[in-house]
Design a protein. Structure first.
Length: 265
């Protein structure tokens, strides 16, 4: 089993995953606000070049050559200024590049290639997951020479399925990426999703609503690509249920987020 470790910098906590031990990385907590990726890169690897994108809940994945070098954001805000392209994933092209995503309930995913040393950071909310952003990022890594069996994938703190209430419509839109569903027949589609082994769908007392485990859907997408379970680690932390460590948009409705980043080898 892969282990998750709390580390500290200046007495502030952040998370790492044993699966990614060979790469400087961190899933940073709310305690690091309002630091920017440029500042957080200093903690992981002082000479690495930081990159980020303007996240829009889509499935576009870019490389540093397609992105301007990240400027220091004085307030560390999640909505960067003009000049930073819209995307929800970044893959590196050479050593010494750090890539970052921010999240407040959505899933931050850090990926590393044990052979090439290249890495990726992905922001996978329900919309990005419905658009298969993780398979998209992996396809880009493969286009750069990565092999599936060499990838190491860690999904960081995000809202847990047991507390993430969504409409049946949303659940089916996301679920259609892992099961053959007729999205026009909601009730039937929800039933099919419920019957999946270790289903990403849980019951909700409210009619027309279910609970959705987005990280589980991403794990199933990876499984269907041919990624083995031992190549994937999922953090046992929920942003919604851990106010002491994480911002949660669902909990507070505030536009605040924590950063997750990784440095290529």
């Amino acid at each position: 089993m892969h282990t998750w470790h709390w580390r500290t910098w200046n007495n502030l906590p952040y998370l790492t995953c044993s699966l990614l031990d060979s790469w400087p990385h961190g899933f940073f907590t709310q305690h690091y606000a309002p630091r920017s990726p440029a500042e957080l890169t200093q903690i992981l690897h002082p000479t690495a070049q930081p990159y980020r994108v303007k996240q829009v809940h889509g499935n576009i994945v870019l490389a540093p050559s397609e992105v301007m070098l990240t400027e220091q954001e004085p307030d560390g805000s999640a909505s960067p200024g003009i000049g930073i392209p819209a995307a929800d994933g970044l893959i590196t092209e050479q050593g010494g590049q750090s890539v970052w995503v921010c999240s407040a309930d959505c899933t931050p995913v850090l990926i590393a290639d044990a052979q090439t040393g290249q890495v990726a950071a992905v922001h996978a909310g329900w919309r990005g997951t419905a658009l298969k952003i993780l398979p998209q990022a992996i396809a880009r890594l493969q286009a750069q020479g990565s092999r599936l069996q060499d990838l190491r994938i860690a999904m960081g703190p995000a809202i847990a399925g047991e507390v993430y209430q969504v409409s049946e419509q949303v659940a089916v839109e996301v679920g259609a990426t892992i099961a053959a569903l007729d999205t026009t027949e909601l009730k039937k589609a929800v039933t099919i999703l419920h019957q999946l082994p270790n289903s990403p769908i849980l019951d909700d007392p409210q009619p027309g609503r279910v609970r959705l485990d987005v990280r589980r859907v991403n794990a199933l997408q990876l499984e269907q690509l041919g990624v083995r379970p031992e190549q994937v680690a999922i953090a046992p932390h929920c942003t919604y249920q851990n106010p002491e460590h994480f911002f949660s948009y669902r909990r507070s409705q505030e536009k605040k987020a924590q950063w997750s980043g990784i440095v290529s080898g």
